[in-house]
Design a protein around this ligand. Structure first.
Ligand SMILES: O=P(O)(O)O[C@@H]1C[C@H](O)[C@@H](CO)O1
Ligand SMILES: Nc1nc2[nH]cnc2c(=O)[nH]1
Length: 333
C-alpha cells in the first residue's frame, strides 16, 4: 500500500452507477419554488468550508476593533457571563454570515465582543445543538471562526445531568475527559474530507482538557471558597433532546460518565483539531434519575433555574480564570 493517497480507479460501470445515484439522490427539486433546496454532494462535502469560516471571521473582524484571544461559550441558562463583558459589542447570530440560529430557551443567540478583566474576548451567548436540527459542522462553525479570529483558548460551559451519585444540584464539574456517544455512530464534526488548514486528519483527544487550565480552575475556586461545590469528572454527550431513561443513565454511569449533556464535546473536538486550548465546565442542573422508584423528572425549567442560582459564582470563577490566562508561547516545544 503506497504511503500517500491511493488513486481510486473507478471502472466505467462504477462511475455510471455513481452518476445514477447522484441523479437520483441530489437532483434539483422538480418545482423550482420548492422550499427544499437539495444540496449537491460537493456542497454537502464543502459545507462550513474554510472559505465560509474565513468569510464569517473577516466579516466580524471588519465590524469590531476587538481582537479576541479568549472565546467563551455560554450553555443553557449561563448567558449571564456575557453581561460581565466590558464595552460590549453585540452581534445577533441572525446578522452574522453563515451563523446558525439559536432556538433553545435560555440561549440568547448573540455574539458579544469586549474585554473581560482587561482581556479581549468573544462570548457566545447561546450555542447550537444537534437536536435543533443543525448539522454537526454548523454547530461547530463558531469554533473555527474563533480560531481564524485569533482565539487561543476556549472556555465552554454547559448544563448537565449528574450521573455521579455524590453530585448535588448546583455543583460545578470541571471536565477532565469526555465520552462522545454520537461519535461511536460516526457522528463526528471532523468526519469528511480533512482541511489541513485547520488541523491534522487524526487529532489526539487524550489531552483535550488542558491540565494547567484545570489546575488554574481548582486554584481560583479554592481562593473564592467554592471547593464545597467544585467537582472534576467525565462528561458524556448524547444527541437529545429527550432526557435519558433510567436504563440509559445507569449504562452511562457504568461506562464512567459523571455527567450527561447534549453539547460541548463536538465543539471541543473542533477546538482541539485547531489546536486551541480547551477548558470546560458543567453546571449540574439536575440529578439524573437512576432509580425506578424515584419521582424526580429531568426538565429544562429546572436547568435554567439552577443556572440562575449558580450564575454569580460561575461568572466570578470564569472571569477570574480569564484574568490569569497566560498567552500561548508558540515557540514553546
Ligand atoms: O447548551 P447546554 O448543553 O448547556 O444545554 C443543556 C443541554 C440541553 O440543551 C438543555 C437541556 O435542558 O440544557
Ligand atoms: N442529556 C442531558 N442533558 C442535560 N442538560 C441538563 N440536564 C441534562 C440531563 O439530565 N441530560
Amino acid at each position: 500500500m503506497g504511503g500517500g493517497c491511493e488513486a481510486i480507479n473507478w471502472s466505467l460501470h462504477q462511475e455510471a452507477r455513481i452518476d445514477d445515484w447522484l441523479n437520483f439522490n441530489v437532483k434539483q427539486p422538480a418545482d423550482p419554488s420548492s422550499p427544499f433546496i437539495m444540496l449537491s454532494v460537493s456542497e454537502i462535502v464543502s459545507a462550513e468550508s474554510y472559505e465560509e469560516c474565513r468569510t464569517t471571521a473577516d466579516w466580524l473582524l471588519s465590524n469590531t476593533q476587538v481582537r479576541p484571544t479568549v472565546g467563551i461559550v455560554c450553555g443553557s441558562g449561563l448567558g449571564g457571563l456575557a453581561e460581565k463583558i466590558k464595552d460590549p459589542q453585540v452581534f445577533k447570530y441572525c446578522d452574522i454570515p453563515n451563523f446558525p440560529r439559536s432556538t433553545v430557551h435560555g440561549h440568547a443567540g448573540q455574539l458579544v465582543f469586549g474585554t473581560l478583566k482587561g482581556k479581549p474576548c468573544v462570548c457566545m451567548q447561546g450555542r447550537f445543538h444537534l437536536y435543533e436540527g443543525h448539522t454537526i459542522q454548523k454547530i461547530t462553525l463558531p469554533m473555527r471562526v474563533f480560531k481564524l479570529m485569533g482565539v487561543e483558548t476556549v472556555i465552554l460551559t454547559n448544563a448537565a445531568g449528574g450521573l455521579n451519585q455524590d453530585y448535588k444540584v448546583g455543583d460545578v464539574m470541571i471536565l477532565k475527559d469526555h465520552i462522545n456517544m454520537p461519535g461511536f455512530a460516526g457522528i463526528n464534526p471532523l468526519a469528511g474530507p480533512n482541511d489541513d488548514r485547520f488541523g491534522v486528519r487524526f487529532p489526539c483527544m487524550s489531552d483535550a482538557y488542558d491540565r494547567e487550565l484545570r489546575q488554574l480552575a481548582h486554584d481560583v475556586a479554592s481562593e473564592l471558597g467554592y471547593d464545597n461545590f467544585l467537582r472534576e469528572g467525565v462528561y458524556c454527550v448524547v444527541g437529545g433532546p429527550s432526557f435519558e431513561t433510567i436504563a440509559e443513565c445507569r449504562m452511562l454511569h457504568s461506562l464512567g460518565a459523571d455527567a450527561v449533556g447534549m453539547s460541548t464535546v463536538h465543539e471541543v473536538i473542533v477546538a482541539r483539531h485547531a489546536e486551541m486550548r480547551v477548558f470546560a465546565l458543567s453546571l449540574i442542573s439536575n440529578r439524573s434519575v437512576m432509580d425506578y422508584d424515584s419521582q424526580e423528572k429531568a426538565n429544562h425549567k429546572e436547568v435554567l433555574e439552577t443556572g440562575m442560582m449558580r450564575a454569580e459564582q460561575l461568572e466570578k470563577l470564569v472571569s477570574t480564570m480569564v484574568t490569569r490566562l497566560e498567552p500561548i508561547d508558540n515557540n514553546a516545544f
